[in-house]
Design a protein around this ligand. Structure first.
Ligand SMILES: [Cu+2]
Length: 510
């Protein structure tokens, strides 16, 4: 990165953390090209997290991740205390390749226990990074696993029992790109140029730069029940993110990394885009749309064509939250757990159309078929009821109070490997809950009895369940078995997760 670009990024981001300064913003390795995945960027153009290709050691791709404290000056003159991975806030984009073995060495310099969960990856339970894989202060967690899944956008974040919400809000999160050598669809893939991760988060910043999870402060019971929201929007850790895109096709990897807020994303000029992927990789067909709704934890990949724009044109990506408010929040109680932004439209990113594109790609006309699972494949059915009563958030009436212990009784599903199950998820409460299931991607069978639209019919790991809805999921539990270590499933409103809206399942020998 040249000096001008670096200064420009820092001006835009207000980043003061030494860790961010120390690492290149576009850290593409020389070995990135030619693997069918992400290409090295010819020139920095857009403020994105650094790309981390790891280091091949004895055939294993090693990533060294350091969880550390830092600060970022989002409010001029008032640095906010933050957490980050190899930097002050957020972490590098990890570039995994299908078929490779990956080794994570995660050192914890935070001064408190945490974990690092790979959200959306199919992993042995011991590598999941969930609440059972704690990393004590000063310790290093080392885990290895094979990357077995097709190309997709996943992400990582802590999953520490009772502290996930705070650790993510402080800044611990990052994107994982899984690349795949399989022949097929050609998509923009020059990282930081026409392949851009956008980590969308909101923060409640006071005039002195603090927020409710700052050291010495604590969220209110209302914030815990509603889920922590904020009025300051950050994308890739930057307020009012602005960047230059080529005058051609651009791929946005959208990640809702917020603790509790959903976003109804679209462009303010009404332009269409083509959604090609959801949580678990490519959809069965491209979907031309003007909106994509993402609840916390969900991802979408969309292609935006800036080829018809005059250089210098600016276009904003916004959340048209008011359009979906009445779907996501019901009645007076729903009104109480939402905020002003949930009822309105607000901008997130400004794209400035730059010079000629680096490719002449157009959106794919078709995508590889996805075999749909059918209800009759299920060998058993489970009922998952999401509810909020009084000051508690529950799954099947239970609230996980500490690891493996719940009130009134722990949810511990024993699932024989190879089983196909149907999970009927009912939301009896007045607000949406995004249900996330670790390790296994699922398909939505139907929503209130209606088959899902194409954009929700691909593989997913997180599903928005609106008030009063019944969403039926089809899951196939294969892969590694472990009778001793469970995987988690939980609401991805992180305050709800911390309050115990979480169950566990074991994949056991058949
Ligand atoms: Cu919830």
């Amino acid at each position: 990165m040249d000096v001008t670009s670096r200064r420009r990024f820092l001006q835009m981001s207000g980043v003061a953390g030494a860790g961010v300064l120390a690492s290149p913003i576009l850290g593409c390795g020389d070995d990135a090209a030619g693997d069918g995945g992400v290409d090295a960027a010819p020139a920095p153009a857009f403020p994105v997290p650094p790309l981390d290709d790891g280091e091949l050691v004895g055939g294993v791709r090693l990533f060294r991740l350091r969880l550390q404290s830092g600060s970022v000056e989002w409010v001029a003159g008032f640095p906010t205390a933050t957490y980050g991975v190899n930097g002050a806030f957020l972490g590098p984009t990890l570039h995994f390749r299908r078929g490779e073995r990956v080794r994570l060495e995660v050192s914890n310099a935070l001064g408190e226990t945490t974990t690092l969960h790979s959200h959306g990856l199919q992993l042995p339970a011991a590598s999941d990074g969930g609440p059972y894989q704690t990393i004590a202060a000063g310790a290093t967690w080392v885990t290895e696993f094979d990357v077995v899944q097709p190309a997709m956008t996943a992400w990582y974040h802590p999953h520490q029992m009772d502290a996930t919400a705070r650790h993510v809000y402080m800044g611990l999160a990052g994107v994982i790109l899984v690349a795949d050598d399989a022949p097929g669809v050609e998509l923009p893939s020059t990282y930081g140029v026409d392949d851009l991760p956008l980590v969308i988060q909101d923060r409640r910043l006071a005039a002195d730069g603090t927020h409710p999870y700052s050291p010495g402060r604590a969220p209110s019971m209302h914030d815990l029940m509603a889920g922590m929201r904020g009025e300051t929007m950050l994308v890739n850790g930057v307020r009012q993110l602005r960047g230059v895109v080529p005058r051609g096709l651009v791929r946005l990897r959208l990640l809702n990394g917020s603790n509790a807020r959903a976003y109804q994303l679209g462009f303010v000029d009404g332009r269409t885009f083509v959604q090609v992927a959801g949580d678990g990789g490519l959809l069965a067909a491209p979907v031309t749309a003007t909106r994509v709704l993402l609840s916390p934890g969900e991802r979408a990949e969309v292609l935006v064509d800036f080829g018809g724009d005059v250089a210098g044109t600016t276009v904003a990506l916004a959340s048209f939250s008011g359009e979906v408010f009445s779907r996501l929040y019901a009645g007076t109680m729903g009104g109480n757990v939402s905020d002003t932004l949930d009822r309105t439209t607000f901008e997130l990113v400004t794209f400035e159309v730059g010079a000629a594109p680096v490719t002449s790609l157009t959106p794919p006309a078709t995508l590889p078929a996805i075999e749909r699972m059918t209800a009759d494949q299920a060998v058993r059915t489970r009922s998952i009821v999401l509810d909020m009563t009084g000051p508690s958030v529950t799954i099947n009436g239970a609230r996980m109070t500490s690891l493996g212990a719940s009130v009134p009784a722990a949810i511990n599903f024993q699932i024989p490997s190879g089983s196909v199950e149907r999970w009927d998820v009912t939301n009896n409460s007045f607000m949406m809950h995004p249900l996330h299931i670790h390790n296994r991607h699922f398909q939505i069978l139907d929503i209130d009895g209606v088959p899902p639209p194409v954009e929700l019919a691909g593989w997913k790991d997180t599903v928005l369940v609106a008030p009063g809805q019944i969403v039926r999921l089809m899951l196939r539990f294969d892969g590694t078995t472990d009778a001793a270590l469970p995987y988690m499933f939980h609401c991805h409103i992180l305050e709800h997760e911390d309050m115990g809206m979480m169950g566990q399942f074991y994949i056991v020998e058949p």
